[in-house]
Ligand binder design. Structure first.
Ligand SMILES: [Zn+2]
Length: 334
């Protein structure tokens, strides 16, 4: 059965459509260098744009791990456009962010899961959370959701695509979960494995992984060692001030504790942290849902992107100040 994907009208700045993203990367990227790092399970190209800067900290920003989180793709594309032209895709300047971008060697990957992106609409703005739930999980043949319970301790790692009407944005086209790992040593999702192989010997200090839920908060990577915990708390202090100044409050640092308690399974964070010796930072932006008081007031598409860029700004600041590199040395030596 073929499920037609609704075509949603979005503003120029919301560049999340897979075909349009690929067109931009092939035709508009001139300052950066485009790396083809492999193919998704369904054969879409996996692309990273590199902005070289000699002698600077190496940092990476990744969007689109989950296909139903289009704002993460749009935000990395705005970051790329800023680096290419000095303005975001709404022609707005971000002088503070741009100044920081000049002090790092940035690797930007707009879409880690093109298979998942391809089966989801370009935006869930002003829609209900139950709509996105269908696109995030996908549907079994009997019409029920694929049992991907985000809050479960018994995660779904794999669902056979032959048993589905369609596979949702949490999974790749082969049915593997994009951000849940049985092991901290490898990934069944080919896209994650290709990115890991690209990153492993790159010497990155840290990687910012962008996600979207209804809210706006960063994560304490609970599997990270103690030297990393105060860095996220500092990230939170700085980000809170910037978000408050915009009148768009940031949620509390998610998963923090004393000490933070690791979950009973692995995310991509443990694979990349342990084997590429970097700090993993996750930020959950907003989708712009309607229907629950906690999602109000409704942000605009641009405000959602602007918040991701603010999160990125704080991420870069801490990298330039050497916080990630120091913690990496403390944990891994060298
Ligand atoms: Zn996500």
């Amino acid at each position: 059965m073929h499920i037609p994907i609704p075509q949603i009208a979005v503003p120029e700045c919301w560049l999340a459509n897979l075909g349009r993203v690929q067109d931009y990367l092939l035709r508009e990227v001139r300052v950066g260098g485009l790396h083809d790092i492999g193919r998704s399970a369904l054969g879409y190209p996996l692309q990273v744009v590199e902005y070289p800067q000699v002698g600077c900290p190496k940092l990476m920003v990744v969007g689109g791990t989950h296909g139903h989180e289009p704002g993460t793709v749009a935000s990395v594309m705005n970051l790329i456009h800023l680096l290419e032209t000095g303005r975001d895709l709404a022609d707005q300047p971000h002088d503070d962010l741009l100044a920081l971008l000049g002090q790092v060697q940035l690797y930007a990957m707009p879409c880690l899961n093109p298979d998942g992106r391809a089966v989801c609409p370009d935006s869930f703005h002003a829609q209900g959370i139950d709509t996105v739930t269908i696109y995030s999980s996908g549907l079994q043949k009997d019409g029920s959701l694929i049992p991907y319970d985000a809050d479960s301790d018994e995660p779904l790692y794999y669902f056979d695509p032959a048993e589905a009407i369609f596979i949702g944005g949490q999974l790749n086209g082969a049915g593997y979960a994009m951000n849940r790992r049985r092991s901290p040593d490898e990934s069944d999702a080919v896209e994650v494995q290709r990115l890991f192989e690209f990153v492993r010997d790159l010497g990155l200090d840290a990687l910012l992984d962008l996600h979207a839920c209804g809210y706006s908060f960063a994560f304490q990577a609970r599997s990270h060692e103690a030297p990393y915990w105060p860095i996220m708390r500092e990230w939170q202090r700085r980000a809170e001030r910037l978000f408050a100044a915009k009148g768009r409050p940031l949620g509390a640092l998610h998963g923090d504790g004393d000490p933070p308690e690791p979950p009973p399974f692995h995310f991509n964070s443990s694979l990349f942290h342990e084997h590429a010796r970097l700090m993993w930072v996750s930020f959950e932006g907003r989708q712009g849902y309607l229907g629950r008081p906690s999602f109000m007031p409704l942000p605009t598409h641009w405000e959602i992107i602007d918040d991701y860029l603010t999160a990125t700004r704080v991420f870069l600041e801490l990298g330039i100040e050497g916080h990630y590199a120091r913690a990496n040395r403390e944990v891994f030596g060298g």
